[in-house]
Each structure stands twice: as C-alpha cells, then as structure tokens.
Design a protein around this ligand. Sequence first.
Ligand code: ACM
Length: 630
Amino acid sequence: MKVNKFILLLLAFCCIGQINAQSINIIPEPINVTIGKGVYQLPKTIAINAPSSAKEVTDQITKQVSKATGRNVTLSKNDASITLEILKFEVLGSEGYTLNVNANGIVIGANTNAGLFYGWQTLQQIMPAAIFAKSTQPNTQWQLPYVSIMDKPRFAWRGLMLDVSRHFFTKAEVKRYIDDMVRYKYNVLHLHLTDDQGWRIEIKSMPKLTEVGAWRPERKGKWANTKAPALDEPKSYGGFYTHEDIKELVAYAKSKFVEIVPEIDVPGHSMAMLAAYPELSTVPTNKFSVNIGQEFIDWEGMNGHITAKIENTLNPASEKVYTALDKIFGEVAELFPSSYIHMGGDECPKNNWEKSSDVMDLMKRENLQNQQEVQSYFVKRVEKIINSKGKKLMGWDEILEGGLPGNAAVMSWRGMKGGIEAAKQNHKVVMSPNDYTYIDYYQGEVTAEGKVYQGLRLNRTYQFEPLPEGVDPTMILGGQANLWTEQVQDIRNAEYMTYPRALAVAESVWSPKEKKNWDKFVGKVEQHFEKLDAAEIKYSKSMYDAIVTTKLNTKGELLVSVASEISGLSFYYSLDESLPDNYSNVYSNTFVLPEDVSILRVIGYRDGKQIGKMLSIPMESLKSRAKRVL
Ligand code: ACM
C-alpha cells in the first residue's frame, strides 16, 4: 500500500514536471520567467474579473476560452480564474505586462490594454495547444503550470509586410493574417497596396485606379514566365479594398493593437496606375496595361541603373502627377490613422526619364545634376504632400539617393547599409534587410521549395539584429519581415512562407538580445508547430531537411556535402533513384558523386524516425550549385 502511494506521488510529480517542461515555450522569449511548482486547473465555470476599460481584451479572451474549452465563461469579481488588472508600474511601459499563475488562478497586469493583450498572448502559449483551436476540444486537460512572468518589448515597431498587389488577399484573409501575427506580438501590418501588378485601394477622386488598375488576365503557375495577354483576354483576376473595407480592416487591426501602415509605391512600380491614367507617364502612349507577371525590367546594375523594358514610372516633371498624388495621399491619410504613410520609392528605372524633354527642362529649372537628384526632387515633393495631410513620410532606402527630405523615415531593405546611413543623418529607421527578413525567399532546398530570387533559412533569419553597433538606438524604430507575393498565390502559402520565420523575427524585435538562444528557440519552435496545427496555420518544416552543397575538385569530380540547420539529425541518401530510409547510406562526410547518378535523394531522421521530407535533387542542380574549384 505504502509503495503504491509512493508510486502515485511520484507519478503525480512526474506529470507536473512534464507539464512544466512542455508548457513554457514562449515565443518571443520574455524578459523574465520563473516557473513555480504545481499546476492550475481551469474550473468548469471560468470567471473573468476585469475592469470595464479592458472590455476589448476581455471579450477576446472570453470568446476564445469558451470556444476552445466549451465551458461557461462569465464576468465576475468573485472566484475569478482569470483577473486582468490595470497597474501603474512604470517599468512595464506602454506594452509590457506581468503574468502570474498559481493556486489562486491567473492574473495579468499591465499599464495599458495593449499590455493586457500581450499578457493574454503569453497566457495562451502556456495553455494546452488546444486553446488555439477553432472548435471545442472536449478531451483536453485544461491545466497550466504555475509561473511568474515579467515582459515588455525591445522595439516599438514590430512589423510584417503583406504585398496585396502581386496577388490579392481578401479582407477576411487579411484579418486572418492579423490574427496569426498578434500571437507573436507583432504590432505593425505594412500593406503594400499598389504595384505594377495591381492597384488595391479605392480612390474615390480617381476611380479608374481600381476600375482599370485592379484587374488583369489570370495566370497560374510560375511567376515571370507568364504568357503575354491576348488583346481581348478577359481581366478576371484582381480585387481591391473599398473605403468601407479599409475602415473595417483598420478597426479590426486596432482591436488587436495592430497599426496598419499603407504603402503607395511611387514613382516606380506604377504600371497599374499608368494603365488607368497613361498621361502620368513620360512616355507618350496610352498602351499601358496592368502587368500579369511577365518580366519587364532589366535588373543588370541593380544597385545603380535598372532599365524598364516596359515603362512603369510616373513623370517627375509633371504637375498632373503631383495633383494626382495629392488626391491619393489625401484619401489614404483620411482612412489610416497611422502617423506614417509609406511612399515606396524603390527600384525606379530612369531610362525613360533620361530621354524625356519634360525631365530635362525640370533638371535645368531646378538645377538637378543627375537622375538621382530628380528622384530626390520627386520624393521631396511627395513629402510636402504627405506632411500637408498631417502625416510623416516613410520610404524604402532608395529615397536616400540624391538626398533625404526633411523628416523622412527610411525602411532599409538592401541590407542594413541604408538604415545605418539614414540613422547617422538623424532619420528614423525600420530595419527590414533582405538577407535576414525577406520571407518571400525560399526557406529550404531550392528544388523542393520552388525558386524565388534567393534562399533564406530559419537559422539565418534568427540572426537578425535590428540595432547595428555604433548606431544611435533612438533612431531605430524596430524591424520588419516582408512577404512579397509574386510567387505567393493564396493565404495558405502566405502562412507557409511566414511561419516559422516570423517567429524568429519576433524574437529579434521583442526579446532582449541576450535572451536569444538558437538551440532553445528550435525546441520552442517544435512545440509551436503543435500550436500552429491547432490554429490550422500552414508552416514550413524545412529546418528538418538536409542542406546539400557541392564543389568541383581538380579532377572535375563533384563533391557532395550535407549539413543540417538544427542539431540531432541523421541524413540517409540514395544514388540509384530508390527511396532512402534509415537503412540506406548514412551521410558522414563529403563524398564524390559517381558520374552516372541522375538524382540524389536524401532524407532527415531523428531518433530512428523520419522527420524531414525527402529531397530529390537532380544532377543538373547539383552541378550548378558547385561554386568553386578546390
Ligand atoms: C523592395 O524589396 N523592392 C523594397
């Protein structure tokens, strides 16, 4: 009997230990977490005690807890399981929170509703994954570990950018994207609303922008490889947000403490606008059409001159352009409460400006020495317009060329260089360097993922550090990951590209630098896969796949090396087209690929179980990735 009791006690202790070990997997990592001994069990009826000023957070907690648990959730000051408290605790700032779970229940404290909301996000992460479910999960043990947490963000700007131009995402899909991002404490959604492939926001004073600019013939399949449209081909693909849609999205985002920052990308990336209003170009034609994904820029000289084979820029010398932009930014400023409006400014080809007599006259009149100064003249005019609407201008780092206007903020995308330069000039900066935070880039083996410009793995993304050494921290607003959608055609794929890399960026912009730890992060990501499954969010498991590189030796033989993004994996491979398993060749060292191999198949295992997907890499790809002779 005594022994049985002891075993029961031991079992109970192990169970508690298990809950503790499994449940504290918070992303982004908080400032301070102290795990207690014990577990709190949610009761059959769950009472929430919260001030009426926190209604918008309380409503969201009530809705999710009652949906996932199927239990009755009431508002009550007595016997509360969940208490929300507004504090006056200066150190927490405007977004920080405390979270305590013990035998008396759950208490979230914060100075603001935003802080309470982030405390709620953390609370969900220490609950069973079923809390994220879209339907009731009756078989769940609704227990959570005793814990005490103090937390607040490192940066104020924690952004994700969604390109809704290249592919259109409906209002419901944008809301879903917001629902997902706030779980990881992002607070800025940058909407890239206009580009060559579609104008996505109603401008009442310029109706053709959406009547014409929002629609194009439909293409499926690989981007930049699309057939040119026939003259009479129906323009069946597209969409846009009306003023009412935007108001609804802004209000929805606000209820989740997200600010939507709109981008109208000018003077380049404007083919959809020219399709609607061709008179705004330097090129005398009315034959513009919304681009459907054909290549139209010669990218040679990416960091200097790029050349438009089909024109896509506005005429910087035309007053009609500034009148149009005044109308557009006027309506945009009315719709979005954000203090910044993003004007794009990136990748503007100048080959048609160089030939334009309008631009030449402008250069003489304004004493502009080159096309960079012409672009700078354009940006300064746009800044005046944006400022006149009570807003501040933000642009991609190209707006540095030819001189930054007065108060402009810079979003640094061609690495961090532009951001560092802008900060030195006392301009505010958001860091979104393509080599760390471009989540449209493929995230694993290229032949398995589909090629998108270049690759960016989770471990590289995790190294993103928004504050470079020697830069004044007060100039760095924060960081952002950008999801361009040339190759992203639907919301499921948008999620796949976003997760788990957005988890890595979330730690870079929220957590203290010294709290970041790659191995710990990987363990947490694995736990979050369960949460993402429960929330029905698609994500990539590419971190379990082999990283295959090749080199040519002096004999002309191809040497193959296999590396791993995370520790603890074994890789098995075949050279004879058969499907490998854990009885096949195990990779231990670089090997010479026999000449007659047509395909290398390789697969990741952990603890005797397949964990990665099978990669099948054709010989041509293995040859083409051999970079140098040994
Ligand atoms: C950009 O990626 N062109 C900002």
